[in-house]
Design a protein around this ligand. Structure first.
Ligand SMILES: [Cu+2]
Length: 512
C-alpha cells in the first residue's frame, strides 16, 4: 500500500514569517563547510539500578564558529548548546544542576512529563550564579525527542540565544524493537535548527537584534555549526529535527525534492509514518524523519534547504544496501476519554509585538490562571485573534503534558499531528482543539513558543491538582525578584535593567 506524498507545508502561507515586517531571510553561507557537530551523549555520574545521577552545569564558553575571533557562547556541560541527555522510560533521574553563568538561570525540560514547577524547571526554579539545585523525577512516557532549555522569565529568549538549548532523547522498549536507525552519531542524528546574526568580532548582540515578535539572524546554525556537512555512511539516516530558534520557522526540503518519511512528532512516534517532500517546523517542535539515500552513489551530494537557502549538505559515502522497511504502524496512541464534567476550556492568543497576551492578560508569575484535576482529560480550544493580513502563526506550548490534536477549525489535524505533542502551531483566526491530560501534579506554564512572545507576556499558568493531595501549596517566584537578581548580577540599578520581555510590559503600562 503506497502512501500519498505530501508536497506542501500545510500551514497558511499568508501567515508565514516571511511576511513579517521584521523578517530576516537566511543567507547562503560564505564560509568553508565544516563537519556537522554531533553533541556528545552525557554520561551519568553513577547508575544504581533504575536510578541515574547526572551533574549538569550551565557554563560560558568560546567556540570557533567563523574564521577570526571565537564567539562567546553558553551551554550545558559544553561551551555551546549542550551534551545530549538520553533517558529511559521507567528510570529515576537525579540531577545536580549547577550554574556557572554570570546570571540566574533555570533548567526546563521541554517535553518531559514531570511534576512542576520545580522539576519542570520553569521560572519558579531559579538557580543563582555559583549555586546549585538538586531535582529528581521519574520518566513515564513514550520514546521521543525532547530538549532542555533555560526559562528564567522574562529573559528566556536571551539565554536561549546565548546557547542554552540541548537535546534530550527518551527511549523505551517499544521503540527500541522497531527497525529504525538508532546508532547515535552514525545514522541517528540530532539536528538543532537555529539562526544568529554575527556582529563585530563574531559576537552575538541580543539587544541590538531585539524584535518583540522574535529575534532572528541571517546565518543558519545547525547543532552550533555554520555551513555544516554530514558524511552519509548508511543508506538510511534518522534526523531528530528540533526547531531551537527563538522565532524562525524552517521550511525544509531536499535537493531534487527527495521524499522523506516522518516517524515521530514532539512526544511520541506517529501512529503511521507520513511521507513528505516539504515539511515546515515551527518553534520548539520536534520532527523525526528517516531519509533513504538509496538512489545516490558515493561522491553525490544531497542538500537540505530551508526555503531556498542550503542549510546542511549530506555527502554520500559508501554504504551497504539496506532493505529494511519502516513499519506501516509505529505507535498506539493512548486513548484519552474526555471527562464529561469538564467543559471545553478556551485559550485566546492575541496581539503582535509588545501587545501579545493570552486571554486578554499578560503573564504574572504569582497568578494561577486555571486549575485542572490530574488524570482527567479535557478539551482545550486554542485560537488566535491575529488575522491573515500581518498576523502570524503562534506555536502554542504546554509544560508537563503531552496532548492530542483533535481538530483544526473542525477539520482533521495535519497528518503528522496524530501522535502526542506539546507544541502546536495556530494559524491566524484558527481554532485548534486538543485533548489535554496531565499525569503529574504541579504548576505549569502554557504559552506561545516564539520566545520573545512568552517573555513579553503571551503566557499563563495552570495548577494541576492531584485529587489524593489537593492541599499542596506551591511557592511561586515573581518577576520582580528575578529582575532584581538580574540587575544585581549585571551591576546596574533596577531602572537601568534591560531584559527584552520588560519592554512589552512597559509599553503596555503594565507592572511586573
Ligand atoms: Cu506568538
Amino acid at each position: 500500500m503506497s502512501q500519498p506524498v505530501i508536497t506542501d507545508y500545510l500551514f497558511d502561507e499568508a501567515a508565514y514569517n516571511t511576511h513579517d515586517g521584521g523578517y530576516i531571510p537566511l543567507e547562503a553561507p560564505t564560509t568553508s563547510p565544516q563537519p556537522l557537530a554531533i553533541p556528545a551523549i552525557a554520561t551519568p555520574d553513577r547508575v544504581e539500578g533504575q536510578d541515574v545521577y547526572y551533574t549538569i552545569t550551565a557554563q560560558t564558553g568560546e567556540v570557533q564558529l567563523l574564521p577570526g575571533a571565537k564567539t562567546k557562547t553558553w551551554g550545558y556541560n559544553a561551551p555551546l548548546l549542550g551534551q545530549t541527555f538520553v533517558y529511559h522510560d521507567g528510570e529515576t533521574v537525579h540531577l545536580h544542576l549547577v550554574n556557572h553563568l554570570p546570571e540566574v538561570t533555570t533548567f526546563h525540560w521541554h517535553g518531559l512529563d514531570i511534576p512542576g514547577p520545580i522539576e519542570d524547571g520553569g521560572c519558579h526554579a531559579p538557580v543563582y550564579p555559583g549555586e546549585a539545585r538538586d531535582v529528581t523525577f521519574t520518566i513515564h512516557q513514550p520514546a521521543s525527542t525532547d530538549w532542555l532549555h533555560a526559562h528564567p522569565c522574562p529573559s528566556t529568549a536571551e539565554q536561549v540565544w546565548h546557547g542554552l538549548a540541548a537535546m534530550a532523547i527518551v527511549q523505551d522498549d517499544h521503540e527500541s524493537r522497531l527497525p529504525l536507525p538508532r546508532n547515535y552519531g552514525v545514522d541517528d542524528i540530532p539536528l538543532i535548527l537555529q539562526d544568529r546574526r554575527f556582529h563585530e568580532d563574531n559576537q552575538w548582540d541580543y539587544r541590538a537584534d531585539y524584535d518583540p515578535d522574535g529575534v532572528q539572524g541571517p546565518t543558519a546554525m545547525i547543532n552550533g555549526t555554520i555551513n555544516p556537512y554530514f558524511d552519509v555512511t548508511t543508506q538510511k539516516v534518522r534526523l531528530r529535527i528540533l526547531n531551537g530558534s527563538n522565532r524562525r520557522e524552517w521550511r525544509l526540503h531536499f535537493s531534487g525534492d527527495l521524499p522523506f518519511t516522518q516517524i515521530a512528532g514532539d512526544n511520541s512516534l506517529l501512529p503511521e509514518p507520513v511521507t513528505f517532500t516539504h515539511l515546515m517546523i515551527t518553534c520548539a517542535e520536534r520532527q523525526e524523519i528517516v531519509v533513504d539515500f538509496g538512489q545516490y552513489h558515493p561522491g553525490d551530494r544531497v542538500t537540505l534547504y530551508s526555503d531556498d537557502v542550503p542549510i546542511v549538505q549530506f555527502r554520500i559515502r559508501d554504504f551497504a544496501p539496506d532493505h529494511s522497511t519502516i513499519p506501516a504502524h509505529l505507535f498506539d496512541v493512548p486513548e484519552y476519554h474526555v471527562d464529561p464534567d469538564l467543559p471545553v476550556k478556551n485559550v485566546v492568543l492575541s496581539g503582535m509585538d509588545e501587545e501579545v497576551m493570552i486571554d486578554g492578560k499578560k503573564f504574572d508569575m504569582q497568578r494561577i490562571d486555571y486549575e485542572m484535576p490530574m488524570g482527567k482529560c479535557q478539551i482545550w480550544d486554542i485560537t488566535s485573534t491575529n488575522d491573515m493580513v500581518g498576523g502570524m502563526i503562534h506555536p502554542y506550548h504546554m509544560h508537563g503534558t503531552a496532548f492530542q490534536v483533535i481538530s483544526r477549525n473542525g477539520h482533521a489535524p495535519y497528518p503528522n499531528e496524530t501522535g502526542l505533542k506539546d507544541t502546536v502551531s495556530i494559524n491566524p483566526h484558527e481554532h485548534v482543539r486538543i485533548k489535554v491530560l496531565f499525569n503529574v501534579p504541579g504548576v505549569f506554564m502554557y504559552h506561545c513558543h516564539i520566545i520573545e512572545h512568552e517573555d513579553g507576556g503571551m503566557m499563563a499558568q495552570i495548577k494541576v491538582v492531584d485529587p489524593a493531595h489537593p492541599d499542596v501549596q506551591y511557592h511561586l517566584m515573581d518577576h520582580h525578584t528575578l529582575m532584581q537578581a538580574f540587575a544585581k548580577e549585571r551591576g546596574v540599578a533596577m531602572k537601568d535593567l534591560w531584559l527584552g520581555g520588560m519592554e512589552s510590559y512597559k509599553k503596555m503600562g503594565m507592572h511586573m
